[in-house]
Design a protein. Structure first.
Length: 281
């Protein structure tokens, strides 16, 4: 009987989490197409200064080292956005173990390089936002490095159970910057305008809270899901499933809003015109 109840709980939770994953991947890949087309086109055309149409300190004439750091951050962002979800799909993992192994190695390497280049961009090059956001994204980077080391350690030790848990945690913190964009666009959509921060300085209480939530909230949700999977308490399992569903709705609204107002206009502009003219973030 207990086994039957646990199987039923697992089914409810799996349905909720699969819906969450599918929604997230659709949103991440729209973001990925934008990054690929915008930054890729600008770079391949030999106009890296076009990066500055989005990133204020993206390309600085004469600063070869800094430009290489930003370029590697953007290039690896593309591999992270497209390659990350593939690691978590059981069919891909089971049918293509060699791909899983090499894609995983690239993902881990990208995790290190992107975090370190991110540190450089925040603390040396300078980026938008205030000190709270700079500290919070730096904590995000430290979590990425720690989780990447642990995911790799358990893969090497063939401890698949622990490897899986740390790989999922890594995936969640690697997507912190994406959750930030989705959360911001959800907020702008719900308020039909800018509330809780200054758009010129990109500072304010809402952005401070969001910059920590971008990785703490997904991590918390994953821990709840893990506890619920083992719990015999039906009410608790249902509550967790409802929380996941609410998260999906928030994410879907954020993805819709970001796609409509930022990502898709930029994608179509690159595809259908020769010049890139937009300037907002
Ligand atoms: C590991 C996953 C990460 C991915 C996939 C990623 C991706 C990106 C992308 C695509 C951009 C261009 C922004 C846009 O066009 O909207 C960007 C910018 C930036 N990223 Fe990352 N990033 C990651 C992690 C980090 C981390 C951990 C840090 C900090 C420690 C960081 C710091 C920055 C900074 C400072 C910018 C420039 C933003 C600005 O000031 O204008 N990134 N990142």
């Amino acid at each position: 009987m207990t086994r039957f109840i646990q199987a039923q709980h697992a089914r409810i939770l799996n349905m909720a989490v699969t819906s969450w994953f599918v929604t997230a991947v659709i949103g991440q890949w729209i973001f990925g197409v934008y990054v690929l087309l915008f930054y890729g086109t600008a770079t391949l055309k030999g106009h890296p200064s076009d990066w500055n149409k989005v990133l204020p300190n993206g390309y600085v004439t004469g600063d070869i080292m800094g430009n290489v750091v930003v370029g590697s951050h953007l290039l690896l962002a593309i591999t992270i956005i497209f390659g990350g979800p593939l690691q978590l799909i059981p069919k891909v993992r089971n049918r293509m173990p060699v791909f899983h192994k090499w894609n995983g190695r690239c993902y881990i390497l990208s995790a290190f390089v992107t975090s370190l280049s991110g540190f450089y961009m925040v603390w040396v090059r300078g980026s938008v936002g205030g000190i709270v956001q700079h500290v919070s994204i730096s904590i995000n980077a430290i979590l990425i490095i720690v989780f990447a080391v642990l995911a790799m350690k358990y893969a090497r030790a063939r401890n698949i159970k622990k490897h899986r848990i740390w790989a999922i945690r890594l995936f969640l913190v690697m997507n912190g910057v994406w959750f930030f964009r989705v959360g911001l666009n959800f907020w702008l959509f719900m308020n039909q305008g800018i509330v809780g921060f200054n758009p010129k300085t990109f500072e304010g209480p809402f952005l401070n809270i969001l910059s920590f939530s971008q990785y703490l909230l997904p991590l918390l949700l994953f821990e709840l899901y893990t506890i619920a999977k083992k719990s015999p308490n039906k009410r608790f399992v249902q509550v967790v499933a409802v929380i996941v569903m609410v998260f999906i709705i928030v994410m879907a609204i954020g993805i819709f809003s970001a796609s409509k107002s930022v990502w898709l206009p930029r994608i179509t502009e690159v595809l259908f015109t020769n010049s890139i003219t937009w300037t907002n973030m």
